[in-house]
Design a protein around this ligand. Structure first.
Ligand code: PRX
Length: 677
């Protein structure tokens, strides 16, 4: 097997050379403005959308725009009577329509694409063969698994929790849920069993779909063997286990069953249930400023339509394309653009199981080369990490098949953008810097490939049909060059926007619709308006979260969850967590902890902090540094002012200190963080 790797590279080389698009120049620099790129004539000719007039048209009647696109790109068993209904802050789309998301991803493609690859799965171990699932195969498996779910007693509108990595069975199971109208709630594998428990309890979920183990950096990460206790604690009725790594985890009779076995016994065809566009499609838990993660509730049909439309417009998918995102299914990007978006368009997409740098830092470039990937969508963290490994890793590969690059999850700095553009895209491909959130379901801000412009550090205008703005503290739109808070102005929400926080309408209102009133969605992000416009839409730069949410390696985490975990340590009286800048990960959690009287700071305590956070929240939230301090800055009413702590770790100005009741504590903290701002 030693030469297998080499053989694969050889076989893969030249994969895309016979395509007429191979190595083409898709962008050119503006002759008058350095650092601004526009699509070439070739790109405009190729792109589905190439006329900036579309922005004006959509702005005139955004609801009509979405309705027309939803009819074009999505299939409905019955069309709607009413496009939009609004009772601020609640709204509904496509009322009275009937559809099914799995039908849109599978059944409707069988006629002309049954033998097309739907998912090309790249397992992490190189010696393992990749698996290619055609639309027919994915359809067959989904139907069978949908019946298996029914056989186990899972019903329509029942939440089903997943703790699953990037393996084809995850896609099958998610589509099977859609087929029978059950709601998946997928938990990222680098969250802990405790995080799975929290989410199962909140959703009232009695079924877990998980895996014995999967490969990450050459090791088997076992999931099922870690989760037994949680299943007992939540009184789970079913646990369906995919056997991937033959680890033979403990299985409880009558509750735990193997995926393959239940599929084997199930009937072949399951009729997709007819859902209303507004019926719930899935829950996805995400972190906010305070409290526990909240269950963001997405619709099935309205969400699905927006996923399909944005996929087509923003990634400019064509029949023979191969789309690859390194995003994990545990996050919204994995839902919208690794699953529902590409499949609803009948595209071929790559799913990769493992780590981007395993066995070598050219793993992703190898996948792109071997599969002739045309669009590659990733996060700045991954680009920074791979860039650090040296240019030789990317230069080794022929990436001439690429036509478009995408970035998501955190602001992309200028140097990272340029490296991605030049080294990965060969200076030929546009970069769409897509800004959006779990809550928005689909991309909000981005340039479109056939229209442009592509500017390092600037996300772009809004997607046509989205009403956005940047407001100052008084609620007035800011002038170009000024910063403020990014909002979506009702009633011009996309169909894919959240439909609530599960079981908690108050939290929905308070989190998103209290800052600027119940007609304006508050994103929690800061941005700057640029002078430049396209189609009458201003370009926006995203500056990042202005609340207490952390973006660690593009993963969204709440300070409160990490603080709650640290507070469990007896020797710690109180803790505060903020994001400290990090070269590769963008930011990492920094813990400030007040110790009990008489307890001395120690390495042991630092280790305990790391351990408790990994156990309670998960490895994804591992703190990077702990500062032991005697006091934390607080308001008169005793609320911790994290803004000061952020300033101290970021070496930025602290601003008005009169809000603190105990500003003197900042002197000690500044010393510890080596503040020189
Ligand atoms: O802060 C913004 C950042 O990611 C947050 C949303 O995180 P999540 O719900 O996990 O969804 C991530 C993938 C859509 C946003 O509030 N963010 C996302 N995309 C960008 C971004 N920040 C800057 N530029 C982006 N392109």
């Amino acid at each position: 097997m030693e030469n297998w790797d080499e053989t694969r590279i050889k076989m893969g080389k030249n994969a895309a050379r016979h395509s007429e698009d191979y190595g083409k120049q898709w962008v050119k620099e503006d002759p008058e403005q350095e650092g601004i790129y526009w699509p070439t004539e070739e790109m405009k000719k190729k792109a589905h959308i190439n006329n900036p007039e579309i922005y004006n048209e959509a702005r005139e009647n955004p609801h009509k725009f979405w309705a027309e696109q939803a009819k074009k790109e999505y299939s409905w068993f019955e069309e709607w009577d009413e496009t939009f209904e609004w009772e601020p802050p609640f709204f509904n789309w496509f009322l009275g329509s009937k559809t099914n998301l799995a039908y849109n991803c599978l059944d409707r493609h069988l006629e002309d694409k049954r033998n097309k690859a739907a998912i090309i799965w790249e397992p992490e171990p190189l010696e393992e063969e990749k698996r290619i699932l055609t639309y027919q195969e994915l359809y067959n498996m989904t139907n069978k698994f949908a019946n298996a779910l029914k056989d186990l007693g899972i019903e329509e509108n029942e939440p089903v929790t997943f703790w699953m990595p990037m393996v084809p069975e995850t896609a099958v199971a998610a589509l099977a849920c859609q087929r029978i109208g059950a709601w998946h709630s997928i938990v990222f594998t680098a969250f802990s069993p405790n995080a799975v428990k929290q989410r199962m309890e909140d959703a009232g979920s009695k079924t877990l779909i998980t895996i014995d183990g999967f490969y990450r950096r050459g090791k088997v990460i076992e999931l099922k063997s870690q989760i037994g206790e949680v299943l007992d604690e939540v009184d789970a009725e079913n646990c369906i286990v995919v056997n991937r790594a033959n680890t033979e985890p403990p299985m409880k009779e009558g509750r735990d069953v193997y995926f393959d076995e239940v599929v084997e016994e199930a009937d072949n065809y399951c009729k997709p249930v007819e859902k209303e566009a507004e019926d719930t499609g899935f829950l996805l838990y995400t972190s906010g400023t305070t409290g526990k993660p909240k269950g963001i509730k997405h619709s099935c049909g309205a969400y699905g339509a927006q996923a399909a439309i944005t996929m087509k417009w923003i990634f400019d998918l064509h029949e023979n394309d191969v789309f690859f995102t390194s995003a994990d299914i545990g996050w919204i990007t994995g839902h919208s653009y690794a699953l529902y978006g590409p499949l609803s368009l009948g595209a071929t997409e790559i799913w990769y199981e493992g780590s981007p740098d395993y066995p070598d830092p050219d793993r992703l470039w190898k996948i792109i080369e071997e599969n002739g990937v045309t669009q590659f969508y990733t996060a700045p963290t991954a680009i920074r990490a791979l860039r650090q490994k040296g240019d030789e890793w990317v230069e080794k590969h022929d990436l001439g098949s690429l036509r478009l690059l995408g970035s998501v999850g955190e602001p992309i700095d200028h140097d990272t953008w340029m490296w991605f553009f030049e080294k990965v895209g060969g200076g030929r491909c546009p970069i769409v810097d897509t800004y959006w959130q779990t809550e928005t379901g689909g991309i909000l801000l981005t340039s479109l490939p056939g229209i442009g412009p592509f500017v390092p550090g600037v996300a772009g205008p809004a997607m046509p049909g989205i009403g956005y703005d940047i407001l100052d503290a008084t609620g007035e739109p800011v002038e170009p060059g000024e910063s403020g808070e990014i909002v979506i102005k009702g009633p011009n929400f996309g169909p894919g926007m959240l439909r609530g926080v599960y079981k908690n309408p108050d939290r929905y209102e308070n989190t998103y619709f209290s800052e600027y009133g119940d007609e304006t969605y508050f994103s929690g992000d800061g941005g700057v308006k640029r002078e430049m416009e396209i189609g009458g839409q201003q370009l926006l730069e995203i500056t990042g979260r202005i609340d207490d949410v952390l973006e660690v390696a593009g993963h969204r985490l709440g300070s409160a969850e990490i603080e709650d975990a640290v507070d469990r340590i007896d020797e710690i009286v109180e803790a505060a967590v903020v994001g400290e800048p990090h070269e590769v990960k963008g930011e990492v959690p920094a813990v400030f902890a007040i110790l009990q009287d008489g307890v001395e700071p120690s390495e042991e305590l630092e280790k305990q902090i790391v351990k408790v956070v990994r156990e309670e929240v998960g490895p994804v939230a591992t703190p990077h540094v702990a500062y032991f301090v005697s006091d934390l800055p607080k308001t008169e009413s005793g609320k911790i002012i994290r803004r000061f702590l952020k300033g101290l770790v970021r070496n930025t100005e602290l601003g008005d200190m009169t809000t603190a009741s105990n500003p003197e504590c900042l002197v000690e903290i500044a010393e510890k963080t080596e503040y020189d701002g």
